[in-house]
Design a protein around this ligand. Structure first.
Ligand code: CP
Length: 322
């Protein structure tokens, strides 16, 4: 474990920005022995025995929800998946009333995904449970960024001085914001590449904006991190067609050959739009880390659950004579 971790235990994980470099490194360090567990016949440790983890996903998810469920079970916690579509949310129950109700069931950790930015933070202010942001609007997806940092560190243990390019739909991507921050904190040089309409002016100053694939090659990233084109979030035409997007910004067969010759690693948070961000051949390339990212998601989320401390709840003392 690294030193310089805050002496007050951290209750929630809402953004990467609230974590110090030391805290990030500590989470990544903790994830390593958890990953080693996966090769054993018994993949469980008793760390969270007696605790309850609630997955509260107001938006669809495959990877994040499932890996939190597996992570919590490997820590011996009890897990409940709150199914929003069959809950009283559809009858109009407010977020706060839902949280009050769930809190009464003595939940210790809430893993929250919501389409509106800031909802996990709002919930965190109203519950004793430790709240983990599993993706809110366009804002943040800190657990994805931490598992990506873990994956990067496995191939480049000294991350300092290495380079990553995050390519695609930056505007609608909570993943991009969190990945920019975590990589910067760990000393990785960050570039970005995508249609001008999808690379907002608000990208942080430390990010180099690259405007052509030739510029990407000049930047010479160790890792090319492709983002999904978030068709469901787009309310305007940001480029003429999918085919045009692929031709200009995707990993086409010709570009893939160049990247493969250079030994560039490929990452993608998933789900992938095949034929848009990348051609099929990329999926079977030996330096494509997409499945490794998914596997590392479990170990990293175990480390995140381990790192957080729910607030203790004190029941009011019964008055004398009662
Ligand atoms: N990367 C990611 O957040 O995937 P899911 O939407 O499947 O959870």
């Amino acid at each position: 474990m690294t030193e310089d971790i805050p002496s007050t235990p951290r209750k929630d994980l809402l953004t990467i920005g609230e974590l110090s470099r030391e805290e990030i490194l500590s989470i990544l360090e903790t994830a390593k022995p958890f990953k080693e567990l996966f090769t054993r016949s018994v993949k469980k440790v008793p760390t969270l025995r007696g605790k309850t983890v609630l997955n509260l996903f107001y938006e669809p998810s495959t990877r994040t929800r499932t890996s939190f469920e597996i992570a919590a079970k490997r820590l011996s916690a009890d897990v409940t998946n709150f199914a929003v579509s069959t809950s009283s949310v559809v009858k109009g129950e407010s977020i706060l009333d839902t949280i009050d109700t769930l809190q009464s069931m003595q939940v210790d950790y809430m893993v929250v995904r919501h389409k509106v930015s800031g909802v996990p933070e709002y919930i965190a202010r109203h519950t004793h449970a430790a709240v983990i942001n599993a993706g809110d609007g366009y804002h943040a997806h800190p657990t994805q960024a931490l598992l990506d940092a873990f994956t990067f560190q496995e191939i480049y243990p000294e991350m300092d001085g290495h380079r990553i390019v995050v390519a695609g739909d930056i505007l609608h991507s909570r993943v991009a914001r969190s990945v920019f921050e975590v990589m910067h904190q760990l000393g990785v040089e960050v570039g970005t590449f995508g249609p001008a309409t999808l690379v907002p002016d608000t990208v942080p100053d430390f990010v180099t904006i690259l405007t052509s694939f030739e510029e990407v090659l000049e930047f010479n990233p160790h890792v090319l991190y492709l983002l999904r084109l978030q068709l469901e979030r787009q309310q305007a035409n940001f480029f003429p067609s999918m085919r045009e997007y692929h031709r200009q910004y995707g990993v086409t067969l010709d570009r893939f050959k160049i990247l493969r010759d250079r030994g560039t690693w490929i990452m993608h948070p998933g789900p992938v739009n095949r034929g848009v961000e990348l051609v099929d051949d990329v999926m079977s390339y030996e330096r494509t880390l997409i499945n490794t990212q998914v596997e590392n998601g479990i170990a990293t989320r175990m480390a995140i659950l381990y790192h957080l401390t729910p607030e203790e709840r004190k029941r009011p003392e019964p008055e004398a004579g009662q």
